[in-house]
Design a protein around this ligand. Structure first.
Ligand SMILES: Nc1nc2c(ncn2[C@@H]2O[C@H](COP(=O)(O)OP(=O)(O)OP(=O)(O)O)[C@@H](O)[C@H]2O)c(=O)[nH]1
Ligand SMILES: [Mg+2]
Ligand SMILES: [Zn+2]
Length: 323
């Protein structure tokens, strides 16, 4: 879990801030206040203050890269409110944008909830991509199988999540019932968690259930294609009454990992970890090499065919896109 204590840099910033506040109050300008970005628009942001009140703020031009979850300093003035300073990030979730440029999409996240559901059909490869990215950032993950009411009719989704549980990844099953919502709530505790996954798996619905008085927009699955419509369009932060923050993010169909080095993929596969140090060559790519312990684990069934193929898919994808 990310360290939530103030870093030295943040502490210095707050001290400087107090000094500036005294100076500002002499000048009659707004004092520095702390807040969290809960939603980002092109030239503005919604900031939640320490009393959980929200304010629409302008952004200083040098702060164009602020994202949901960022901690900031902001001031009120006659024209409204303005964010002036970004405080240091403890962690960030990054994703390539449409032009392939790596962009942070959320900051200061302790936990990533990777949501899947019986429908739309889940793909192990997308789960694996999230797991690799989270491992690199050092952020904990939980795989959530949502729409538990539909699982009996789609047992394949439970088989999929059980395979991840067998590897040692934390999982949870959630649905419309109160018990599973309570279990999810207990698991989240006071952490900051981001919900990610395909469109239509029920991320916003899960957040609605956790925060019943928060009227999030929830989309209806289009009956004909059973492919989730994109309902959530911006990444947004919600405060849980129990403490802790939840970040809702727009559903995605693909998750490019071009920003990841090929050699960082295997360490993100928990089931490979026992083997990667036993390969004959230190720079083994685990593809065709002689004396590769991963390939021999695959042969003996200690690594599943699905996971190995998923690994090769990610490695090939990175290789192609970086040329
Ligand atoms: N049967 C069933 N349907 C659910 C459950 N949770 C959500 N849904 C339905 O799934 C559909 C999609 O839910 P959303 O919460 O909008 O999904 P999302 O993951 O936020 O989608 P995007 O915002 O597009 O990424 C809606 O019709 C929900 O009513 C559940 O536990 N059981
Ligand atoms: Mg949504
Ligand atoms: Zn190897």
């Amino acid at each position: 879990m990310a360290n939530r204590r103030l870093t030295d840099r943040q502490r210095r910033q707050i001290e400087q801030n107090a000094k500036k506040r005294r100076e500002n109050s002499l000048l009659g300008e707004g004092e520095d206040l702390e807040g969290i970005i809960i939603a980002r628009f092109s030239k503005a942001a919604i900031v939640m203050d320490e009393d959980h009140e929200v304010h629409r703020c302008h952004l200083r031009p040098n702060l164009a890269h602020l994202v949901a979850g960022d901690r900031v300093l902001w001031q009120k003035n006659e024209q409204g409110a303005v964010v002036s300073t970004q405080l240091e990030r403890q962690s960030e979730i990054k994703r390539p944008d449409v032009r392939g440029q790596l962009k942070a999409v959320a900051a200061n996240v302790d936990l990533i909830i990777i949501v899947i559901a019986p429908e739309p059909e889940p793909f192990g490869n997308l789960i694996d991509r999230y797991l690799v990215a989270a491992h690199l950032e050092g952020i904990d993950t939980v795989i959530a199988l949502n729409k538990s009411d539909l699982v009996p009719a789609n047992p394949a989704s439970r088989e999929l999540i059980n395979r991840y549980e067998a590897i040692g990844y934390p999982i949870i099953e959630t649905g419309p019932d109160d018990e599973s919502t309570k279990a999810l709530s207990d698991l989240l505790g006071k952490q900051t968690a981001v919900f990610v996954g395909q469109s239509g798996v029920g991320k916003s619905s899960m957040i609605n259930r956790l925060i019943p008085d928060q009227d999030l927009r929830v989309g209806a699955l289009s009956e004909s294609v059973l492919k989730g419509k994109h309902t959530t369009t911006t990444t947004e932060v919600f405060r849980r009454p129990e403490g802790g923050l939840i970040i809702d993010s727009p559903g995605i169909r693909e998750f490019g990992l071009q920003h990841v080095a090929v050699e960082d993929v295997a360490p993100g596969f928990k089931d490979f970890q026992a083997f990667i140090d036993r390969c004959k060559y230190r720079d083994c790519r685990h593809l065709v090499e002689q004396g590769c312990a991963v390939l021999s684990a695959l042969e003996h069934g200690a690594i599943s065919q699905e996971r190995y193929e998923s690994f090769v898919n990610i490695v090939n994808d990175i290789g192609e896109k970086s040329h």
